[in-house]
Ligand binder design. Structure first.
Ligand code: 4AD
Ligand code: MG
Length: 465
């Protein structure tokens, strides 16, 4: 069979009126096959759309033997005429004239035979789950959101700034870093006082995978004006929750001359843009997920786009929580790091809108945040979302050399001189934030577990594939 370039099924289905009567060439994976001894119908999917293309095999043209390799999961190449469909459920179908079977899939062994596998089961076969309708939809939406991120910032004149993944500094100070070493961990070189001698390690010092690109991002912003990062980050915290991954992607814009209010405006506009983009470009996939998992999904997405986020201080938020009469699992008081149940109460039950909480106690936030005049709180901002809790964390940065140096000394941080130089030479007010990309994908897809919105999730006790 002549191997002309394939036409994506999405192109055929969205241009079917123009394409009827034309010869098409399609390649993909068989989802189902049914029929009788005169005619066989195959639902073919090539990943370009949630929708399948129906292929009709007339048994006057093909023998049973030729078709026997066409089972669920097999990969095939079909040529034939695109014709208007007689049957219900599709506008067009392909009247097969040529068939090539690339690879069969033993029906006894292929794990994705039946419909309706649980998401837990699919997590165990994450190497095959992209072939399901659900993961196809999630992964196409994930792609669209990633593209929307770049489009949003590029159109605003931000520069995509690449920050290192291997680092010697702990940006968030949470101590949850994965170490990077080439030392023999069974027999590491030791110093005289009995510690591991990292001066003999690959980088001549102790190194880790980054938890955030922010510190280097600030170096970019204080030169290029406004930058964003978009890359993987790694956290070794032992959080077995539906909202934490050990490896996740983060987007971190950093803007010179931005105060906290500008930062909040940008965060709100950014997140609304991404959601609108997905609604506009992934309608079929969002419809599918809404129908199968979450009937309120589209209402929730539209609600977020069309409403202003509530902005209030941590102190006001804590007051609401203290007075609401609800018994929380974790107690609430001024100074506590809010748990997801507290955040979600504010968003889902009290305000019924996304909330931006600001001005947190300095003790529960990172060292780089700008100290308020009260000396107790810092200019932090967390964006809290329904179903998710914290989706963005950010702040105005401390631009005063003295105050930053004091905080670094208080916390006993070392090796930060390169960072503090931004305040030593031409310091400026500046701000930024970090959006957890998977939490955004979680929100837009309506999935329940963050492990189901990244192709190969990493979490405690799981590093398959
Ligand atoms: O609030 P975080 O820790 O903030 C930072 O890392 C700052 N350096 C950001 C900045 O100001 N440039 O993390 C930012 C976001 C969180 O709001 C959350 O959405 C996501 O990253 N996040 C995680 N997502 C998945 N799994 C985890 N373990 C996450 N930890 C944080
Ligand atoms: Mg945070």
């Amino acid at each position: 069979m002549k191997d002309i370039r394939r036409t994506p099924i999405s192109t055929i289905l969205s241009n079917h009126e123009k394409m009827v009567g034309k010869e098409v060439d399609v390649k993909g994976w068989v989802r189902t096959r049914r029929g009788n001894k005169n005619v066989q119908f195959v639902a073919l999917n090539d990943g370009s759309s949630i929708k399948n293309l129906q292929i009709v095999f007339d048994l006057s043209r093909f023998s049973e033997d030729q078709l026997k390799g066409i089972t669920t999961g097999a990969s095939i190449h079909v040529q034939g005429e695109l014709v208007a469909s007689q049957g219900k459920g599709q506008n067009v179908e392909v009247q097969a004239a040529g068939l090539e079977i690339y690879g069969s899939a033993d029906p006894e062994k292929y794990p994705l035979q039946k419909k309706g596998h649980s998401l837990e089961f699919l997590r165990e076969i994450a190497h095959l789950r992209p072939r399901t309708n659900t993961f196809g939809a999630v992964l196409r939406i994930r792609h669209a959101l990633a593209y929307a991120v770049h489009k949003f910032f590029n159109d605003k004149g931000f520069y995509y700034f690449h920050t290192p993944l291997i680092t010697a500094s702990d940006c968030e100070g949470a101590g949850a870093m994965f170490q990077v070493t080439t030392l023999d961990i069974n027999q590491p070189p030791m110093t005289e006082d009995g510690k591991i001698d990292f001066s003999k390690d690959f980088f001549g010092k102790q190194a880790s995978l980054t938890v955030s690109g922010q510190l280097e991002g600030e170096l970019g912003a204080t030169a290029l004006g406004q930058i964003y990062t978009f890359g993987p980050t790694f956290r070794a915290e032992n959080s077995n929750t539906p909202r934490h991954l050990s490896e996740f992607w983060m987007i971190e814009p950093e803007m010179a001359f931005y105060e906290i209010e500008d930062n909040m405006d940008l965060a709100e506009e950014f997140i609304k843009f991404c959601i609108s983009y997905a609604l506009e470009h992934c309608a079929d996939d969002i419809d599918f997920l809404a129908e199968h998992f979450d009937k309120d999904l589209k209402d929730r997405l539209n609600f977020v786009i069309h409403n202003d986020f509530v902005r209030l201080s941590y102190t006001e938020g804590v007051k609401i929580l203290e007075e609401c009469g609800r018994k929380f699992e974790f107690p609430v008081y001024w100074g506590v790091d809010l748990a997801s149940e507290h955040e979600r109460y504010l968003v889902e039950e009290h305000f019924k809108k996304p909330v931006i909480l600001t001005d947190y106690p300095k003790e529960i936030k990172a060292f780089y945040m700008k100290l308020n005049e009260d000396g107790k709180t810092v200019r932090a901002m967390d964006v809290l979302f329904p179903k998710i809790g914290e989706i963005i964390g950010g702040s105005q940065r401390e631009e005063s050399l003295d105050k930053l140096q004091q905080r670094v000394d208080e916390l006993g941080l070392s090796g930060m001189d390169w960072y503090i130089d931004t305040r030593r030479f031409g310091t400026v007010p500046h701000s930024g934030f970090g959006l957890g990309f998977e939490r955004l994908v979680l929100f837009v897809t309506g999935m329940q577990n963050i492990r189901d919105v990244i192709p190969f999730p990493r979490y405690p006790n799981n590093c398959e594939y």
